[in-house]
Ligand binder design. Structure first.
Ligand SMILES: Cc1cc2nc3c(=O)[nH]c(=O)nc-3n(C[C@H](O)[C@H](O)[C@H](O)COP(=O)(O)OP(=O)(O)OC[C@H]3O[C@@H](n4cnc5c(N)ncnc54)[C@H](O)[C@@H]3O)c2cc1C
Length: 422
C-alpha cells in the first residue's frame, strides 16, 4: 500500500462524486486526505445498491452522460474503471410519441460532422435541417434566457427535441430552465463531433464505475475514510476555518491544513456564514421494473407525451425516468407504477405483459433548479477563507448539476488546494 508523502492534512467533507473526485485527485499527488461522510455509504446521489424486492442491483437513478465528458474521463482513467462504461457507437437517440405511436431516431452518426441529419429519416418528424440550426440561439444565449423563450417558436421541433433534451439535461421545466447552461452542455458535447456526444451509462452500475474503485484507490493510498461522520458546524477564527465539529467531536484545523466542503447546498448553507447557495430544487422519479426476459441489447429511448421521459433497458431491468418534478406535482406512486409500466410495454412492443417486481424511487432534491435566478446564487469554489474550498454539482462550474459538473468541481477544488499548499 502506498503511503501519502506530501504536506499536511486535507479534510474533505462529503463522499459524493465531488468529494471523491477531489480526494482521489489529491491522493494521486501523494497528499494526505481525510474523508468524512455523514451516511453509512459513499456515492451520494450517484450510487447503486441491491434492491431486495427486485433482487437486482439498481442505480438510485438512471444516470446518462456523454463520451466527451472530460472530467469524467479523467476521473475513471485515474480509477481504472472506464472499461465498465457502456453505450452505442453512434450518437443516435430513438424516440417514440406515446399519443401518436410514431417512432423516429435523431441520428448524428459516428463522424466528426453530423451528416446523417441531412436525411429526413434521421431527424425529428416534420423538421428540416434548417430548423436544427436554431441550436445557435442556445450557443449564444444570455444568462437570463430560458430554453422555452428561445426555442418554443418552432412547436414541432420544440416538443420532439428541445423540450425533452432540456428536461433530461437540466432537470428543470424548459419555461424556467437556463438556455445558456443547455448551450454550455451542447458546446462541450459537439466539440468533437459524434465522438464526444455518444450517450454513456455505467454498465455494471454507478457504484461499480464511480464509487467503489474510488474508495479502493483512496484506501490503497492511506486515506482515512470515516462513514457516519457528519459535519455539524465549522468554526472560524482569524479569517480562517479553525475547527470542524464532526459528529459532535471537535477537529482542530491548524493553519497549514485545508478543508474542502463537498456536501449538497442544503447541508452547506447552515455552516457557511454569508455565502449564497441555490435554494430551489427539482425532483426526479425513477421506476425500475424486472422484465420477463433478459436482453443483450442496451436501449436508451426518449418518450414524448408519456408519463416516462426516458426508458433504459439493461439485462432484464427496464428503468424509466420522470425529470423536472416540482413540489407541486403530486403522484400516487402505486398508480404511477402502472402508468409507467404501460409506457414500457408500448415502447418495447410487449403489450399485455403483466407487471412484475418493481421499485419506484422519488428523489425530491435530485438537483438544483437550473432557472437563471437560482443559478445566479451558485458560489465559486474559492471562498473568503483561504483554507476553505467548495465543491459540488451546485457550485458555479459553468455546467448543470450533473456527474460531469460534480467531478469537475472536485478536480477544481483539488487544484486550488494544491496551489494553496505549495
Ligand atoms: C435520480 C437522479 C438522477 C440523476 N440523473 C443524472 C444523469 O442522468 N446524468 C448526470 O450527469 N447526473 C444525474 N444526476 C445528478 C448527479 O447524481 C449529481 O449531480 C451528482 O451525483 C452530485 O454529486 P455531489 O458530490 O455534488 O453531491 P452528492 O451526491 O449529494 O454528495 C454529497 C455527499 O455529502 C454527504 N453529506 C451531506 N451532508 C453532510 C455533512 N453535514 N457531513 C458530511 N457529509 C455530508 C452526503 O451524504 C453525500 O454523500 C441525477 C441525480 C439524481 C438524484
Amino acid at each position: 500500500m502506498k503511503r501519502p508523502v506530501k504536506g499536511e492534512n486535507i479534510h474533505v467533507i462529503g463522499a459524493g462524486l465531488a468529494g471523491l473526485s477531489a480526494a482521489t485527485a489529491l491522493a494521486e499527488q501523494g497528499r494526505r486526505v481525510l474523508l468524512y461522510e455523514a451516511s453509512p455509504q459513499a456515492g451520494g446521489r450517484c450510487r447503486s445498491y441491491l434492491d431486495t424486492v427486485m433482487n437486482r442491483y439498481i442505480d438510485n437513478g438512471n444516470h446518462l452522460f456523454l463520451s466527451g465528458n472530460r472530467a469524467i474521463n479523467t476521473y475513471v482513467a485515474r480509477l481504472g474503471s472506464g472499461g465498465m462504461i457502456t453505450g452505442p457507437n453512434r450518437a443516435c437517440f430513438p424516440f417514440m410519441d406515446r399519443e401518436s405511436s410514431r417512432r423516429w431516431v435523431v441520428d448524428a452518426g459516428a463522424g466528426r460532422l453530423p451528416w446523417p441529419l441531412l436525411q429526413a429519416e434521421n431527424r425529428s418528424p416534420d423538421s428540416t435541417i434548417l430548423d436544427f440550426l436554431a441550436v445557435r440561439r442556445l450557443l449564444t444565449a444570455r444568462n437570463e434566457d430560458t430554453v422555452a423563450a428561445l426555442m418554443a417558436d418552432n412547436k414541432a421541433l420544440y416538443n420532439a427535441l428541445w423540450e425533452p433534451l432540456a428536461v433530461a439535461i437540466l432537470n428543470t421545466p424548459p419555461d424556467e430552465a437556463s438556455a445558456a447552461l443547455l448551450g454550455a452542455v451542447l458546446r462541450q458535447a459537439f466539440r468533437g463531433g459524434a465522438k464526444t456526444c455518444l450517450p454513456r451509462l455505467a454498465g455494471s452500475g454507478l457504484s461499480e464505475v464511480f464509487v467503489n474503485p474510488a474508495l479502493k484507490y483512496l484506501r490503497d493510498r492511506g486515506t482515512s475514510i470515516g462513514f457516519n461522520e457528519r459535519l455539524n458546524a465549522m468554526e472560524f477564527e482569524g479569517g480562517r476555518v479553525s475547527s470542524l465539529t464532526i459528529s459532535g467531536k471537535c477537529v482542530p484545523i491548524p493553519v497549514d491544513e485545508q478543508v474542502i466542503l463537498a456536501v449538497p447546498p442544503w447541508s452547506a448553507s447552515p455552516v457557511l456564514p454569508g455565502v449564497s447557495v441555490p435554494a430551489r430544487h427539482c425532483g426526479i422519479i425513477n421506476g425500475h421494473f424486472v422484465l420477463p426476459r433478459k436482453t443483450d441489447k442496451l436501449t436508451i429511448m426518449g418518450l414524448i407525451n408519456g408519463d416516462a421521459h426516458w426508458i433504459f433497458v439493461r439485462g432484464d431491468v427496464a428503468s424509466v425516468t420522470i425529470s423536472a418534478v416540482s413540489d407541486r406535482d403530486e403522484y400516487r406512486l402505486d398508480e404511477l407504477a402502472h402508468r409507467l409500466w404501460g409506457d414500457i410495454c408500448v415502447a418495447l412492443n410487449m403489450e399485455n405483459t403483466l407487471m412484475g417486481a418493481h421499485r419506484i424511487i422519488s428523489e425530491k432534491r435530485a438537483t438544483i433548479s437550473h432557472d437563471p435566478e437560482n443559478c445566479a446564487l451558485r458560489p465559486q469554489a474559492r471562498t473568503a477563507w483561504p483554507n476553505l474550498t467548495l465543491a459540488g454539482d451546485w457550485t458555479d462550474t459553468g455546467l448543470p448539476a450533473t456527474i460531469e459538473g460534480a467531478v469537475q468541481s472536485g478536480a477544481t477544488a483539488a487544484t486550488l488546494v494544491s496551489g494553496a499548499l505549495t
